[in-house]
Design a protein around this ligand. Structure first.
Ligand code: KIV
Length: 276
């Protein structure tokens, strides 16, 4: 077993928001993955993943639910704390789960929990125009915020399932406007899930902050995938944007390294991973 102590190395300074901005400016792609425990966290650090997300996808991947809706603050805090113990270099982002940010005050209270109890450095919330005030309030309290647009899994019961978002001129225009408004409100990163490639490119070009995509085409400044998907642990049908990095790897570490390499050299995502 690797230990996190081996990872403390001055040649590998921790990734900060400034690092991500530099990467965007230099055109170096940001490699991100989800993670839910300390053992995988150590492995992601060794493989030089830049951003690690304790996503509420843990509700489906770890807990076996059909959606992310049942995930609680206590669940995310628990998993974030375990991941935080395993990483040194990557920036640690944690999800605000379903209904943990219905007001500015609750969003702040729960973000503080993710940071103080869970060790997170940044919080992510599923956003649109309705969350601008919340993002602005968190930013005003110096909390680093990632605004998640596009497919928002916490809203699947309202939106009718896991579908590509932002199709059609009106929906695309609304998403571009929301992304710009969230950036102006203080979002430090924007994450785009499951949208057409062209819209991913338009939003990335319109924003100064780093944009990370999942099923948003090759243009975003970085990519993120669910760890268990790239390691082929997830059973059943996978989304179109998933690539199985275990196919040519001898072990998990090799697979994660191959993912980081593919994001950096832009061979992932390939045309077959995107949406028209
Ligand atoms: O919860 C999660 O894993 C996420 C990613 C899919 C981006 O939000």
């Amino acid at each position: 077993m690797y230990t996190h102590l081996e990872l403390r190395d001055s040649a590998r300074p921790p990734v900060s928001l400034a690092t991500l901005h530099d990467m965007k400016a230099r055109g170096e792609k940001i490699a991100s993955l989800t993670c839910y425990d300390a053992s995988f966290a150590v492995l992601l650090d060794i493989a030089d993943v830049d951003v690690v997300l304790v996503g509420d996808s843990l509700g489906m991947v770890i807990q076996g639910h059909d959606t992310t809706v049942p995930v609680t603050m206590d669940d995310i805090v628990y998993h974030s704390r375990t991941v935080a113990r395993g990483i040194h270099r990557p920036l640690l982002m944690a999800d605000l789960p379903f209904m943990s940010y219905p007001s500015r005050e609750r969003a702040l209270e729960n973000s503080v929990r993710l940071m103080q109890e869970g060790g997170a450095e940044m919080v992510k919330l599923e956003s649109a125009g309705g969350q601008i005030e919340i993002v602005e309030f968190l930013a005003r309290h110096d909390i680093a915020v990632c605004a998640h647009l596009g497919l928002k899994p916490q809203s699947v019961h309202k939106t009718g399932g896991f579908r590509v978002q932002g199709r059609g001129a009106d929906a695309a225009r609304r998403m571009v406007d929301d992304a710009k408004a969230l950036e102006s409100a203080g979002a430090d990163i924007v994450l785009l899930e499951c949208i057409p490639n062209d819209l991913g490119a338009e939003i990335t070009a319109a924003l100064d902050v780093p944009v990370i995509g999942i099923g948003a085409g090759p243009a975003p400044d970085g990519q993120i995938l669910v760890l268990y998907d790239i390691l082929d642990i997830t059973s059943g049908r996978k989304p179109r944007f998933v690539r199985n990095f275990m196919a040519d790897a001898a072990n998990n570490l090799e697979a994660v390294r191959a993912y980081v390499r593919a994001v950096k050299d832009k061979s992932y995502p390939a045309p077959e991973h995107g949406f028209a």
